[in-house]
Design a binder for this molecule. Structure first.
Ligand SMILES: Nc1nc2c(ncn2[C@@H]2O[C@H](COP(=O)(O)OP(=O)(O)OP(=O)(O)O)[C@@H](O)[C@H]2O)c(=O)[nH]1
Length: 310
């Protein structure tokens, strides 16, 4: 059930200390364990965190400029950085100082003078927990059959991407893709063949995307959702057309479909219309368009009537 973590060598630990000697010492002690990157100031460390996404941070409490405690609080307030564990280095034995470390969100602290074996063991233990937590988090967002992101991930991402789209006044397109007559396919070809067809179709939809920001998720059953950030209605329509055609071209035999092959219907909605300002509205409009595509004969896409004209 749990994946055992054997290796933490590829992990990156950020060392933040204004004393060069400490930075060098910590990096030298940890060299056989993991990669280290060190910085003098918390301000610089926070900036690079977004870029290098370290697995763990070791930080002095007292730093010139922004203190380690402030930096830790700042880190914990940012959703994309909040789960990076922070370990403080402190020479203080005072309970109040230790209390401040916990309050700031630290997972542990290491006392000065540093004991090499303790540093190695503490860091190794925390890195193993971090890697294991990352694996479990990733697994909880992935659908086992199709290996696409699941509905739980979609719900989080549509909310985030929609807010971003409204803030930056750029379009966000949503496609709901549904396999046509899939019940008949299962009934005639068997459920295992159905699973295989579902996997082939989802792979084909993923292949149609061209940018790393495009997100393909299993929305439910035989329904796939695609979120295309920064995409105009025109481009989204081209994408929808490509999906419909490329799934048909897979030529997966479907003897009980009037099309003879597995096909999909697609409903498309886009932000920019006054109404599509919530995830529920965007989904509702894509769903209505999908219904129209089904009603109009399937194996096609339809765009929501509410899509804007830009
Ligand atoms: N093999 C397989 N079938 C699935 C899976 N998830 C959902 N289904 C099937 O997909 C079918 C969906 O049926 P319906 O909702 O009636 O839709 P449909 O038959 O595709 O008809 P239209 O959407 O109107 O074209 C059901 O029979 C589900 O059992 C899956 O993971 N594997």
């Amino acid at each position: 059930m749990f994946e055992i973590v054997h290796s933490i060598e590829s992990c990156t630990v950020l060392v933040v200390d204004d004393a060069k000697a400490i930075r060098k010492l910590v990096s030298a002690i940890l060299k056989p364990v993991c990669r280290t990157v060190s910085f003098e100031s918390a301000e610089t460390a926070l900036k690079v965190c977004h870029k290098i996404k370290p697995d763990l941070i070791i930080m002095d409490i007292n730093l010139e400029g922004m203190s380690g405690l402030q930096a830790c609080k700042e880190l914990k307030s940012q959703p994309d950085l909040a789960d990076i564990p922070v370990i403080f280095i402190t020479a203080s034995q005072e309970p109040q100082v230790q209390e401040k470390c916990w309050d700031a969100g630290a997972v542990d602290f290491i006392e000065k003078p540093l004991v090499a074996s303790t540093l190695v063991k503490r860091i190794s233990t925390h890195l193993k927990y971090k890697v294991q937590a990352d694996i479990l988090t990733n697994q909880s967002f992935v659908d086992g059959l199709t290996e696409l992101y699941n509905r739980r991930f979609f719900d989080i991402e549509i909310d985030r991407l929609l807010k971003d789209s409204l803030r930056r006044r750029v379009p966000l397109a949503l496609l709901l893709i549904d396999i046509d007559f899939f019940k008949k396919f299962n009934d005639s070809q068997g459920h295992l063949e159905g699973d295989k067809a579902l996997k082939d179709v989802t792979r084909q939809v993923s292949l149609c995307t061209q940018r790393p920001v495009d997100l393909v998720c299993r929305y439910g059953g035989e329904e796939i959702a695609v979120l295309l950030p920064d995409t105009s209605v025109h481009s989204a329509q081209e994408f929808a057309s490509k999906v419909v055609q490329s799934v048909a071209k897979l030529a997966i035999a479907h003897p009980t479909s009037p099309h003879n092959f597995v096909t999909v219907s697609v409903g498309l909605s886009c932000t920019g219309s006054a109404k599509a300002t919530t995830p529920a509205k965007l989904i509702e409009q894509a769903d209505a368009a999908l219904y129209n595509a089904k009603e109009s004969g399937r194996n096609q896409y339809q765009a929501s009537m509410a899509v804007p004209s830009y």
